[in-house]
Design a protein around this ligand. Structure first.
Ligand code: SF4
Length: 321
């Protein structure tokens, strides 16, 4: 039985866009709406969905960059949402984030060695005399060399900058790393290198990942389980092999059909979804996917389907099941 590291319960993040003259909210953007998932120790949980589905907002809540509107985050048995800000911040070290844009996330005025050393010093993890040795160790772990320690972010390529971002995240020996589309800003030729590096580091340091991506092809090799998100909700969760072999939700089927295949014999018919993702300010009644679903039924526009287990460890939110 796997040990649960983080248990997210009914988490929501609503942004108030507009209020009336009494300050009451009239326009609310529901970026994350009643999401529940658990991440086991040592696993890579892939979270996938189109831009704007709320996956990055969810990641930012988990690393304490946003406060949730409602819901609980149980981390190692402690409810982080019940802690005051000071005690909550003491857990920030354990939950780190690797950002999508490696250049924007690194201070251009600091050398990469200082960038990696900073969280070690702030969190007082090592005596000053040992910090430099640790920085060099981390640089080597991510495939960078000692002589690059005093260079600045602009002197590196996109892939190298992402390696610096990974080393910085590792510096505080986190228990969970939220990887927010860490390869989407990189050239295709570099993406595989960074994904392989993340896979190797997971094994070497026993890390746990929440790996966010907008396509199922990117997370195929790194994830143990996958959650599919649409318009602020999780619509399907399953172990990786099960999800790729037996996708149940029509949205997951459409995402899978978009993955290019090399062998023409394995080619499946591409499912083209009509229309755009609806606004999270004005979500459709009933099933949120109904406006684009190719299997829509009468009841779909009336009732929102709850997510339920239809096969062992395979959960789906759809009236077809
Ligand atoms: Fe499609 Fe209906 Fe299932 Fe929603 S509930 S995904 S509209 S079949």
């Amino acid at each position: 039985m796997s040990e649960v590291l983080m248990d997210v319960q009914n988490l929501a993040k609503h942004f108030v866009i507009d209020t009336d003259f009494l300050g009451r909210p009239v326009t609310v953007l529901k970026a994350v709406d009643n999401v529940s998932l658990s991440i086991n120790k040592g696993e890579a949980f892939g979270l996938v969905g189109e831009s704007g589905c709320g996956k990055t907002t969810l990641g930012k809540i988990l690393v304490n960059l946003y406060k949730p509107t409602t819901g609980k985050i149980i981390f190692e048995g402690k409810d982080l949402t019940a802690l005051d800000e000071e005690r909550r911040r003491s857990y920030c070290k354990d939950i780190q984030m690797i950002f999508q844009d490696p250049y924007a996330s690194l201070n251009p005025k600091m050398s990469i060695g200082d960038i990696i050393a900073e969280p070690i010093i702030i969190n007082r993890l090592l005596p000053k005399s040992q910090v430099e040795e640790r920085v060099i160790f981390l640089l080597n772990c991510v495939g960078l060399a000692r002589h690059q320690r005093n260079r600045y972010p602009h002197e590196f390529s996109g892939g190298q900058r992402q390696r610096v971002g990974i080393a910085r995240a590792l510096a505080v020996e986190p228990k969970l790393i939220v990887c927010d589309e860490p390869v989407s800003a990189l050239d295709v030729s570099i993406q595989a290198q960074v994904l392989n590096l993340l896979g190797d580091l997971k094994e070497e340091f026993g890390l746990t990942y929440l790996f966010i991506a907008h396509g199922l092809n990117v997370i195929k090799h790194i994830s143990d389980r996958v959650g599919v998100m649409y318009l602020g909700k999780l619509v399907e969760i399953a172990p990786k092999r099960e999800l790729y072999a037996n996708p149940l939700h029509p949205y997951t089927q459409a995402l899978l059909s978009a993955i290019p295949v090399i062998n023409p014999e394995n080619k499946k018919e591409r499912i083209i979804l009509e229309g755009d993702v609806p606004s999270p300010i004005n979500t459709p009644k009933g099933c949120r996917f109904s406006s684009r679903c190719f299997k829509e039924m009468d009841q779909c526009k009336l009732n929102e389907p709850a997510i339920k287990e239809v096969f062992p460890d395979h959960f789906v939110a759809c009236h077809l099941f």
